[in-house]
Design a protein around this ligand. Structure first.
Ligand code: G3I
Length: 366
């Protein structure tokens, strides 16, 4: 009955979390409307399909700790309560990042750059306050986010410039001190690219050798249709697993839109043409593109399933296509199709290939 009703409504009759139960958790990043149960389209999907969640923006420094003298935990509390209500593994994203962090964090009361000691104290206070508040409830934290440049060198963020490379070690120590049971991750994008991967592997070796209690890596997994390829993805997972840490795919999506050309003309009609070219599917995704996306997700999940022994969770960065940050990046206002559920909340062909990947692995073909 329930199944028939779901099919009649065009909803998924099968669930990702059940299909992958023996392998790894499956999650989604939630926006505020979703964890406040104000998204009638997204909420039934979240409850039925996922057993782990990440907060898209609600736990970033600027959301939690907008002023030097004050925290605002209202939204974060609701996020955690939502995850508990649904029995989900709750991820915290993210403690230390260069982005979505207010300027005051790096300055004294006169607006001058903080000293190393003062910034370490501020970081310690923030991590202690936030991690301790959700001790035993948030199961894993993105402790440090995006500390590397694309060539694998250290990003010259204010954290790095003021404290030095050991800001990373310290951040992990502070998080561990506040919740010794929590999983602690380093999270970054484009780690499939050789130079950045090498930089990250070396960095993790160094901080582990110095005693950092790091338990896992988040490969963000913001993919294109053709990159990274399956071999690169497999090698990347293996390179981090070889360090003795767990691997999570923390922000999965597949950007199917053409790369945007830089604007090089003041001619409005030329700009309009570029816009049309870069945003070709405003009226829906053609069947061949649906199939290409489905094939791409099948290829990626084949790699994940192969590496199930080292993977903790695979989390999509959003629930339905309409929610995705990729509608606004790198160009605002496009119509992208990066996820498994369409704008009406219906499962796409990619959903079916992802579910089948798990089913076919469990049931050996005779
Ligand atoms: O909240 C304001 C709203 O008041 C305002 O009207 C609106 C108009 O622009 O902006 C809203 O803020 C936006 C915010 O998301 C909430 O929707 C910001 O402009 C926008 O920049 C911000 O984008 C977020 C982005 O991180 C910022 O870096 C995306 O939602 C979020 O998906 C994205 O997530 C990051 C991960 O944290 C780290 N890895 C990459 C990933 C994708 O960029």
């Amino acid at each position: 009955m329930v199944l028939a009703a779901a099919i009649a409504r065009g909803q998924a009759a099968r669930s990702l979390k059940d299909a992958y139960q023996e392998f790894f958790r499956i999650g989604a990043a939630l926006n505020q409307a979703q964890f406040e149960e104000r998204d009638p389209r997204g909420n039934p999907i979240i409850a039925a399909q996922f057993n782990t969640i990440s907060p898209e923006n609600a736990l970033k420094w600027q959301s939690l700790h907008p002023r030097p003298d004050g925290y605002d935990f209202a939204a974060a509390d609701r996020y955690v309560a939502f995850g508990e209500k649904h029995g989900m593994f709750i991820v915290g994203h993210c403690l230390v990042w260069h982005s979505q962090t207010p300027q005051w964090v790096f300055q004294d009361t006169e607006g001058k750059p903080l000293t190393r000691e003062a910034l370490l104290d501020r970081m310690h206070e923030h991590i202690r306050t936030v991690v301790a508040r959700y001790k035993g409830r948030i199961g894993g934290w993105d402790v440090v986010n995006e500390a590397l440049n694309d060539d694998g060198s250290m990003r010259q963020s204010p954290w790095y410039r003021i404290i030095g490379e050991d800001y990373i070690l310290k951040a992990f120590e502070f998080a561990h001190e506040a919740d010794p049971q929590a999983e602690l991750y380093y999270n970054d994008y484009s780690l499939e690219n050789q130079a950045k991967r090498k930089g990250a592997v070396d960095l993790i070796r160094r901080v582990k050798a110095a005693g950092a209690p790091i338990t896992g890596i988040g490969l963000q997994g913001h993919m294109k249709l053709d990159q990274p390829d399956a071999r690169q993805e497999a090698e990347t997972i293996e390179a981090f697993a070889a360090l003795g840490i767990r691997v999570n795919i923390s922000e999965l999506d597949v950007d199917i839109l053409p790369r945007t050309a830089p604007r090089d003309s003041a001619d409005i009609s030329a700009t309009a043409a570029v816009n049309a070219q870069s945003n070709p599917y405003t009226n829906g995704l053609p069947e061949e593109m649906q199939q290409a996306l489905a094939k791409r997700y099948a290829e990626l999940f084949a790699v994940f399933v192969q590496h199930r022994d080292v993977i903790g969770h695979v989390t999509f960065w959003g629930v339905t296509d309409g929610d995705s940050w990729l509608n606004n990046f790198p160009t605002r206002g496009r119509t992208n199709y990066p996820l498994l559920f369409d704008r009406e909340g219906k499962p796409k062909p990619a959903f079916d290939t992802v579910v089948s990947k798990a089913t076919s692995t469990r049931t050996p073909v005779r």
